[in-house]
Design a protein around this ligand. Structure first.
Ligand SMILES: Nc1ncnc2c1ncn2[C@@H]1O[C@H](COP(=O)(O)OP(=O)(O)OP(=O)(O)O)[C@@H](O)[C@H]1O
Ligand SMILES: [Mg+2]
Length: 101
């Protein structure tokens, strides 16, 4: 596999703190266009929710972002207009019936 740094379609970022992860998410959220789809994948506690907090904030939402572990769909509204839908997808590789993005 090509190392991410040598692949023109990949970007590898190393975050040393939750705050750094939120800041990366804010940059990403600011780039989002209507209809964009993001897939967040990672083990429990990998930092998905932390990244999503930044994404929603950078996109313009004031809503609080929490892990969707016990929720089927989370919706984050933007003050101007529009919303982000965050929902879990199933993974057959997990021993439990759902894995959460
Ligand atoms: N570099 C980092 N980036 C993001 N979170 C970090 C980092 N270092 C430590 N943490 C901490 O890791 C914990 C787990 O993060 P988070 O809840 O975002 O993970 P998650 O992937 O959403 O977990 P889950 O699958 O249980 O929902 C948080 O308490 C967060 O503050
Ligand atoms: Mg989470």
């Amino acid at each position: 596999m090509t190392p991410p740094i040598l692949d023109p379609h990949s970007c590898e970022l190393i975050s040393l703190s939750p705050e750094q992860t939120r800041r990366v998410g804010m940059r990403l959220g600011a780039l989002l266009q209507v209809g964009d789809v993001l897939a967040l994948s990672g083990d429990l506690g990998a930092g998905k929710t932390t990244l999503m907090q930044g994404i929603a904030s950078g996109w313009g939402s004031l809503d609080a972002v929490s892990s969707p572990t016990f929720v089927l769909v989370n919706v984050y509204r933007r003050v101007a207009s529009g919303f982000i839908i965050w929902m879990p997808i199933a993974s057959a590789a997990r021993p439990k019936p759902w894995s959460w993005i």
